[in-house]
Write a protein that binds this ligand. Structure first.
Ligand code: AMP
Ligand code: FES
Ligand code: ZN
Ligand code: ZN
Length: 311
């Protein structure tokens, strides 16, 4: 198999694009597509202060790598969920990556705040682990972005994450979530950071290859609580469809984005209410984070650590 561009040995075959590329051409192919996404959807402007949420996995570390390469000098945020062994191993990867790119890293730990890890917190809330985890992660990412004045929050969500959650929303007609998914969510009146997903149109396989070929040292294992999650089943099914008809996933998501534009026209952003304790957006009077600290009856201790490798 030869690279379509230079005839050297190909490192990857991209059936959705009907091409094969060598290492150098593949890396620049991915970077070019990220640049196009950033430009087309107006994700970033020069001089933006960016916080990248990093889990230690291939997607978020590749994103940190690419945004650093593009000159945005992002800082990182790691949320320690207190999952036995897994969280420590992930943090180690994140710390050594932060050292490598000479960046500042923020680390917030659920155990340090609540004295409990995500498993125990989900039990208190009577919610499935992944759903409680998502709520905490969104809250912490947003709050720390705003507190650090890093007004653009970037996550490593990829094409496969997005199509699988889109399929889930369609299967169960979760219309309340369906039209909320986007490449970019704008900042909201000093309460919500601008949220961007530069890998929205890049597949998991492409990112895995990008991380591997760039020599990024990431954690291979998945979160132990994700075993059996529906999104993994949807990913598997969609990959089988992709095998039979390359390009389907990308078409599905691009079609969604086109319809989203029409859906949003004429619609105003719904009123957001604010937590009476922390003043960050919430569904009810109090946000989940503050309700929980009250329910657990522990003193409110919102803190996180700074590791500055930029000097
Ligand atoms: P996931 O929800 O695990 O599919 O992750 C989606 C994105 O959320 C990742 O690409 C990261 O940008 C971010 N993320 C997930 N877990 C963490 C974490 N523990 N700390 C910081 N960011 C995270
Ligand atoms: Fe959230 Fe596993 S429960 S990453
Ligand atoms: Zn080549
Ligand atoms: Zn609150």
């Amino acid at each position: 198999m030869k690279c379509k561009l230079c005839n050297n040995k190909a490192a990857i075959n991209l059936r959705a694009y009907n091409t094969s590329l060598c290492k150098a051409h593949f890396l620049s192919f991915v970077e070019k597509r990220v640049t196009e996404t950033i430009r087309k959807y107006k994700l970033l402007n020069k001089g933006d202060s960016v916080l990248v949420a990093v889990s230690g996995g291939k997607d978020s570390l590749s994103l940190w790598h690419i945004l650093t390469k593009f000159g945005y000098a992002p800082e990182g945020l790691y949320i320690d969920l207190g999952i036995n062994g897994y969280s420590d191993r992930s943090l180690k990867k994140v710390l050594s990556f932060a050292k490598e790119v000479k960046a500042r890293l923020w680390v917030v730990s659920l155990k340090e705040i609540f004295g409990l890890g995500i498993k125990e917190l989900a039990r208190v809330l009577k919610r499935p682990y992944c759903s409680a985890c998502g709520t905490f992660k969104r809250y912490l990412m947003n709050r720390i972005s705003m507190e650090r004045n890093l007004r653009v929050l970037a996550t490593g969500h990829n094409l496969d994450d997005e199509v699988s959650s889109l399929l889930g929303n369609l299967l169960y007609w979760k219309e309340e979530y369906l039209w909320k998914k986007n490449v970019v969510l704008e900042e909201y009146e000093g309460h919500l950071a601008k949220k961007i997903k530069p890998f929205f149109l890049i597949s998991e396989r492409e990112i895995a290859a990008y991380a591997f070929l760039s020599g990024i040292d990431y954690i291979y294992e998945e979160c132990p609580y994700s075993v059996g999650a529906k999104t993994l089943l949807y990913k598997e099914i969609l990959s089988r469809i992709e095998d039979q008809s390359p390009g389907t996933k990308l078409m599905f998501l691009k079609g969604y984005l086109k319809r989203l534009k029409a859906e949003k026209e004429g619609r105003e952003q719904g009123p957001v209410s604010y937590c009476t304790i922390c003043n960050y957006p919430s569904w009810g009077q109090k946000c989940v984070f503050c309700s929980l600290t009250e329910r657990l009856d522990i003193p409110y201790k919102f803190e996180y650590k700074e590791y500055d490798f930029s000097k």
